[in-house]
Design a protein around this ligand. Sequence first.
Ligand code: ZN
Length: 272
Amino acid sequence: MKIPKVGWVRFRWSRAVPDAVKSFRVTRDRAGRWHVAFAAIPESIPAPGAGQMVGVDRGVVVSAALSTGEMLSAAGLRQAEKARLLRLLRKLARARRGSCRRAMVKAAIAKLKAREVDRRKDWAEKVSTDLARRFDVIAVEDLKIGTMTRSAKGATERPGSNVGAKAGLNRGILAAGWGRLVQRLEHKAPGRVVKVSPAYTSQRCSACGIVDAKSRESQADFACRSCGYACNADVNAARNIEHAAGHAVSAREGPRVAGPVHREPRPVLLSA
Ligand SMILES: [Zn+2]
């Protein structure tokens, strides 16, 4: 390909380029790899049409929890790779500024981080395609409303070794991964992604609707003190997101004949 001011450049095809590409972009990632990306509008995935809705929560323990109860975890770095990364970071802190050793350590860190980003990108592609194929409406939290603090809190609530370093390292990558998942969902399922306010999604009981901060006693478990409903905390949040989106959709379209498909029974209403 001919790049302005550079001239003719060789590159390797990593995949077939669809017809009617209008432009391309040349980028260099932090591991020093050059990429050529051709811009093509992807074909949207048709809705299954079965009236299924799903809520997706950005989890701390797992990468995403679905209101169906599924827990999806993105492949990040393996245990050995994480250990190596922490070792490299300590080495970097000791290396003298401007030294050759420092540059080598930096390059090794960049390579590992690039590998993690690659895996998360791949995960976002697979999950977004899967969700767009299986569900008509996909409900997610609206990221613009301060949710950034949640992951940091999750890490400090269960302190382990190097939590500070790990949290600092992962927060940006996790947030970027979530943003990418939502963006790819919107590309693949245009008009079928509903964004809801994340307010109280982790404290509200998805069975009876009561908001109670004490229901969330541990990071992983939700236990309602009013109706006794117990569930994985991230799945509970995903169900609240689904319910909120259900309200938003029905308010827009008027009363619906069929309600959300997997709504939990409401013990409090049943006994009243
Ligand atoms: Zn409850």
